[in-house]
Ligand binder design. Structure first.
Ligand SMILES: Nc1ncnc2c1ncn2[C@@H]1O[C@H](COP(=O)(O)OP(=O)(O)OP(=O)(O)O)[C@@H](O)[C@H]1O
Ligand SMILES: [Mg+2]
Length: 318
């Protein structure tokens, strides 16, 4: 019999559904992972095996095959641990398959069966909600997932055992609450600190009101860096849609600590020695770079002329 658990693969900030299928059959003992897994996903087999043993569920000495479908889509990241473990637990009869049918799962496993937070939980939760599914995730990711909507069914657990107890109805986990932003606005640099500089301040105001780019030229110590850092303080508040967009990018980049969404616009100031990939993003899973992380906020290129060691970089900045 084949057991299935739904999870996601990330393409930019889009979460594409992936079907994790587990099959246990007589044959030469071993665990094979197929469906274009990358190195982190391939290693997941070892983590899952140890985590299941630690949770009191040793894998039988049989031929175990895990397929990640669609097989032609490359899989990257450590969030496949949990869906693989759940599919195997279902194949071993520890969790009924119908308890898993209405859920999507993401999470990383420790060797002791504990669940660890992974990046991209917010886009995964949005994808689950759009497909009418619930989400199974680690406790640490719960506050982030809860932002995807009040009607999304979320199971956030500490360990595989706690998860199995919830799914079999032995001990239920409470639904996590969305992480809240702490009120630390007072620590933000404020344009009110600037003395004089009427023209520069006016320029900042015009740029902030119209969403224009700004090129600052002036002698050292004139206050260019200082003024740029204060631009976010006069930008309009984020709309709900913008907040969600920037949070999804931060989630994929693993920068949403504790599921706390920030209601302030991003201010990114990459160093001029930053590589092309760090600036514009890249990789198989297309990790966001500084330009994406500054979405709906400010991308500040301090010491701009220093940025262009190669022809390629110049093209990006012009
Ligand atoms: N109009 C001002 N009001 C308040 N403080 C100022 C003002 N102008 C400059 N300063 C002070 O001078 C310091 C130096 O400014 P800043 O580092 O922003 O200069 P800069 O133009 O970026 O110089 P550089 O070209 O060397 O990078 C600031 O941290 C700030 O303390
Ligand atoms: Mg400066």
């Amino acid at each position: 019999m084949v057991t299935r658990v739904t999870t996601v693969a990330f393409q930019g900030i889009d979460a594409v559904p992936v079907d994790v299928q587990a099959h246990i059959a007589p044959g030469f003992p071993g665990l094979v992972l197929v469906g274009l897994p990358d190195k982190a996903v391939r290693e997941s087999g070892e983590r899952v095996r140890a985590a299941l043993t630690a949770s009191g569920l040793g894998l039988p000495p049989k031929r175990i095959t895990i397929n990640l479908a669609p097989a032609d889509l490359p899989k990257e990241g450590s969030h496949y641990d949990l869906p693989i473990a759940l599919a195997l637990m279902s194949a071993l009869g520890a969790i009924p398959q119908d308890a898993l049918d209405g859920y999507m799962a993401v999470g990383e496993l420790g060797l002791d069966g504990r669940l660890a937070h992974v990046g991209g939980v917010l886009p995964a939760a949005m994808a689950a909600s759009a497909r009418g599914l619930g989400l199974v995730c680690p406790t640490g990711s719960g506050p982030e997932a809860a932002w995807a909507g009040d009607d999304l069914d979320i199971i956030a657990a500490d360990s595989l055992v706690a998860l199995a107890n919830h799914l079999t109805g032995l001990q239920l986990q409470a639904r996590p609450k969305p992480g809240r932003q702490l009120a630390d606005a007072a620590q933000l640099p404020d344009l009110a600190d600037v003395r004089g500089q009427a023209v520069a301040r006016r320029a900042l105001e015009v740029a902030a009101a119209g969403g224009h780019n700004l090129l600052m030229v002036g002698p050292p110590g004139a206050g260019k860096s200082m003024l740029a850092a204060r631009l976010p303080s006069i930008l309009p508040p984020l709309s709900a849609r913008e907040l969600l967009d920037i949070s999804m990018i931060q989630s994929i980049a693993g920068e949403l600590a504790g599921g706390v969404l920030s209601d302030r616009r991003p201010f990114r100031a990459p160093h001029h020695s930053a590589s092309m990939a760090a600036l514009v993003g890249g990789g198989l899973r297309v990790r966001p770079g500084e330009a994406s992380l500054a979405h709906n906020g400010v991308l500040f290129l301090d010491e701009l002329p220093e940025f262009a060691p190669s022809g390629e970089n110049t093209k990006v900045l012009l």
